[in-house]
Design a protein around this ligand. Structure first.
Ligand SMILES: Cc1ncc(COP(=O)(O)O)c(C=O)c1O
Length: 505
């Protein structure tokens, strides 16, 4: 239960379970000891309403409106909290501190929109009923830990937003994405989280990040021209280069003492006059690296020297663990921004990849014009639910994400400790971001490679390292965005298979 004192009053947020209904409620008490309840806003999905003086006169008013009840209640309170208190019988001896009221109402709103969720209480049978690829590609006796989807329930602000669209039968042609407020929500988020000022006119809404990579390769390079990629890499990067008939300029990450490192000298050697694009992945999938400012500055220097366009996929920017900081590539310097297209989306951090919505921020008008030379209908339309869900995630989902990140950090550390203690021959650097761990099983020389070995003998479905480029031979990627019991079951199955094959202990 969230609680905040505000001078003469006390705010409490509660998630009320009432038969089949209920939902978030904001209670306002007078702050004397045993202070009476003055107001209660029951912002339920069904029949939302508020009470004035609920323990006395109990005047009830509906909060039914075309807008979401939490928004209506909180906006009214922000406008006239003192008036509401007066109607509830509280005479204030002096005005409330306006800044403190705004702060407390913002916190209350975040709590109301994000009920606590037990991320360790996932129901395996319910997960198996999901229709997405994570839970359907492998047979039912296999525990999937591959594609980058999380097993957690849909964040409540997104669930609520989607339900409202469906209940209104609001599934007709969507509004032009530029009119939906999504670009502004992205701009606000970049400013608040990374101190990056983006011009909303330079932002385009897209179907997905991978699609934008393909378009970028088509418009910023010609067939056979080079595209630099730090390998091993998220497989669609490789697919995009091959399928658009560009030339892969692989710049493999080097294994450092406690992390993978950029090989800048190798990159300088590999660059040729016909290389046009740096296709950057930061944070990097699958290594989990969050590149530091000096690393990014060195990359930018090379990109400037060779006049490369930089396509920077920053989709994992919201999944950075404490101790590391995401730096948008475009923020390094104005001349760097001018050659950078930044791609991102809410789909990884909020696990809504099935809804297909992403954004591109162009560092210059000319980059945007070239990108738009592929007609919009070829680039594809964006579904209204994807836009609504992304808005809900960015505007209201951060409290959910903060809780998820704490859980992911515990899982990451648990996995790292397990590997360190139980499988000392397996190389592994705990990721600095993402919910993906990149495991090097080369020393164990597993029959058929680790992916096939664990699929056949442990019935665990991991991502096959070879799909991330030739550097991934002997590696697998594990997705740990699940409950601790499921993660433990994955590890225990893998451990059993290694023991039975005589590869450990
Ligand atoms: C680095 C990276 N880029 C892009 C994507 C996919 O983005 P989208 O579904 O928007 O194409 C992923 C998904 O795992 C990813 O890891």
């Amino acid at each position: 239960m969230w609680e905040r004192g505000l001078g003469p009053i006390r705010l409490v947020v509660e998630h009320r379970a009432l038969g089949g209904g209920g939902g978030p409620a904001l209670r306002i008490y007078s702050s004397e000891p045993k202070g009476r309840e003055l107001l209660r806003f029951d912002c339920f999905e069904k029949a939302p309403h508020f009470h004035i003086d609920p323990s006395g006169r109990d005047l009830i008013t509906s909060l039914e409106s075309p807008d979401d009840a939490i928004t209506v209640a909180l906006e009214d309170l922000a406008r006239d909290l003192e008036g509401y208190l007066k109607r509830a019988g509280l005479e204030l001896s002096r005005p409330l501190d306006c800044a403190a009221v705004v702060l407390a109402l913002n916190e209350a709103e975040a709590e109301m929109r994000n009920p606590p969720v037990d991320l360790d209480a996932l129901d395996l049978e319910a997960l198996r009923r999901r229709r997405g690829e994570k839970w359907t590609v492998y047979p039912p006796d296999v525990l999937p830990a591959w594609v980058a989807d999380m097993d957690f329930p849909v964040p409540e602000p997104i669930r609520r937003m989607l339900l409202r669209s469906v209940e209104r039968s609001d599934l007709g042609y969507p509004l032009d994405p530029g009119e939906t407020g999504l670009r502004e929500a992205f701009v606000d988020r970049m400013q608040a989280r990374f101190g990056w000022s983006v011009d909303p006119e330079r932002v385009d809404v897209l179907t997905d990040v991978v699609q934008a990579i393909y378009v970028g390769l088509e418009v910023f390079s010609e067939p056979d021209e080079g595209v630099v990629i730090q390998t091993p890499i998220y497989p669609p990067f490789l697919g995009a280069v091959w399928e658009t008939r560009r030339r892969l300029v692989a710049n493999p990450l080097a294994e450092g003492r406690d992390r993978y490192e950029l090989d800048l000298d190798g990159l300088r050697r590999a660059a040729s006059p016909s290389t046009r694009i740096l296709l950057l992945c930061n944070p990097h999938n699958p290594s989990g690296r969050v590149f530091t400012r000096p690393e990014l500055e060195a990359l930018a220097e090379i990109a400037l020297a060779h006049d490369w366009v930089v396509i920077s996929d920053e989709i994992h920017e919201d999944l950075v663990f404490p101790g590391h900081r995401h730096i948008p590539f475009a923020t390094l310097a104005p001349e760097v921004e001018a050659r950078t297209v930044t791609l991102t989306s809410a789909t990884k951090a909020f696990s809504i990849a099935g809804l297909r919505c992403a954004v591109a921020a162009f560092g210059s008008e000319s980059l945007q014009t070239r990108f738009r030379s592929i007609p919009r209908h070829v680039r594809g339309g964006i579904g209204s639910l994807g836009i609504e869900a992304t808005l809900a995630a960015w505007r209201h989902g951060q409290t959910w994400l903060d809780r998820v990140m704490a859980h992911l950090q515990r899982n990451r550390d648990h996995l790292a400790a397990f590997i360190h203690e139980q499988w000392p021959a397996v190389r592994h650097f705990p990721p600095e971001a993402t919910y993906l761990s990149w495991l090097d099983f080369r020393a164990l020389d597993l029959e058929g490679g680790p992916h096939q070995f664990f699929l056949d003998r442990a019935r665990v479905g991991l991502s096959n390292g070879t799909r991330f480029g030739s550097e991934g031979e002997g590696f697998v990627r594990v997705n740990f965005a699940t409950s601790r019991p499921i993660l433990d079951e994955i590890l225990s199955r893998m451990h059993g298979a290694l023991e039975r094959a005589g590869r450990i202990g």
